[in-house]
Design a protein around this ligand. Structure first.
Ligand SMILES: *Cc1c(COP(=O)(O)O)cnc(C)c1O
Length: 394
């Protein structure tokens, strides 16, 4: 199997969970989390893993990954403290937010987070004040037009400044250990990684000539998952190509990646209910109990479209319909021209591939609660024991 398949609840399993819980809710499969982690380790064996927990910091996900030996990419005091609370030490974290605030630096100092990234001279004295022996990686901007989320306008030093920045860090007493980049999130380009690796290889040689012995390379995240159109890319082949390039160019370097989306993206489902219906000149609208301010914030923040499935209580012909959220804002629309048989109040809607950048950015706008996350293996313990993890191809 070259393509990782997504976790999807069967209708029976969904109904089983609905017997114990009201909608809306997420269901995460920790087995699928482990499968995604192992997939990455298998196809990209030359890179260690620092899970970018901002994608989904659900404790069961962090614990599953921790047990498998994963390290973690953190960006704030809150994320550092959360991992520390799970017994994960600072030596297993990289503080990969290039601009760190005082609370984050104090937490890094308190919990022993020594490895961190920066992309501007102004950061050096701040780091030195809190973690004087920090091991720092300079983040450089790289080019990639084929990423859904650009991370190279706000982040990354100009490559020409990389070596001078590392030298300045050294002069301030820090330990300049390496270089990092992020090609952008949901990258559909393997070449972007290959080109970045080739370029950084040149920088490593320049650093050596300048008297800096760099030991670490951090290739960031960006590995893609399917959306409502599937995924027209073989992720295993992508990772294997990157891996070959690492093995060829960086045989002596400690290389690691920071996958966010790839780990939880395909491991969660979301179940909502129809709470109201409207007829707009023959075009049905269905109001659900969660929307763009909740589980579906990714429609806005993450430029995303989730695969959706409806469960009509009465069979019928599929017609173009609008699915919307419960808040009093007109932008709270989840899908337009979505083909579904007519739905009634109480019918359910399932979304898949909704595990990354979703629950974590949900809001309480209008006083609606943030949907809870349940763990598939706990909810469906009886059935999941005997049966294979249910997955659905796209
Ligand atoms: C968000 C982020 C990641 C994860 O990116 P994905 O595209 O979700 O894999 C990794 N590293 C850094 C520094 C990030 O900010």
């Amino acid at each position: 199997m070259s393509q990782s398949r997504s976790f999807r609840l069967s209708e029976n399993e969904m109904n089983e969970i609905l017997e114990h819980h009201e909608t809306p809710f997420f269901v995460v499969s920790t087995e699928k989390i482990a499968e995604n982690y192992n997939f990455l380790r298998k196809h990209l064996p030359h890179a260690g893993v620092y899970y970018a927990m901002k994608a989904n910091p659900e404790p069961a996900i962090l614990q599953t990954l921790s047990a498998l030996g994963s390290c973690f990419d953190v960006a704030s005091a809150g994320e550092i403290a959360m991992l520390a609370g799970l017994g994960i030490g600072g030596s297993r974290m990289i503080y990969a937010n290039t601009v760190k605030d005082r609370r984050g630096l104090a937490a890094a100092q308190q919990y022993g987070v020594k490895r961190m990234t920066f992309d501007d001279e102004s950061e050096i004295a701040k780091i030195a004040a809190y973690v004087p022996d920090a091991e720092v990686l300079v983040r450089i901007a790289v080019h990639n037009k084929r990423a859904l989320v650009d991370l190279n306008t706000k982040f990354g030093a100009h490559p020409e400044d990389a070596i001078p920045l590392l030298q300045k860090a050294k002069a301030a007493g820090l330990r300049p250990v390496g270089i990092c980049f992020h090609v952008g999130s949901q990258s559909l380009s393997t070449a972007a990684y290959e080109e970045a690796l080739l370029f950084v290889h040149g920088l490593f040689a320049e650093a050596k000539a300048a008297g800096l012995a760099l030991t670490d390379l951090d290739i960031g995240g960006g590995f893609p998952v399917p959306d409502s159109d599937g995924l027209a890319l073989d992720v295993a082949a992508m990772m294997e190509t990157i891996d070959r390039q690492i093995a060829r160019l960086f045989p002596e370097t400690a290389v690691y990646c920071e996958p966010g989306r790839f780990i939880p993206g395909t491991a969660a489902n979301f179940v909502a209910s129809v709470i109201g219906t409207k007829d707009r000149g023959g075009h049905p609208w269905y109001i659900l109990d969660d929307g763009i301010y909740g589980a579906f914030t990714g429609l806005l923040f993450d430029h995303w479209h989730y695969p959706l499935y409806t469960f009509p209580s009465k069979p019928g012909k599929a017609i173009a319909s609008t699915l919307a959220g419960p808040t009093c804002d007109g932008i709270d629309v989840i899908a337009e021209d979505y083909e579904t048989p007519r739905l009634a109040i109480g019918d359910h809607v399932l979304a898949t591939d909704i595990g990354a950048y979703t629950s974590v950015s949900a809001t309480r706008f209008n006083g609606f609660d943030i949907a809870p996350t349940y763990i598939y293996e706990e909810e469906c313990a009886a059935s999941s024991g005997e049966q294979e993890l249910r997955v659905a191809a796209h």
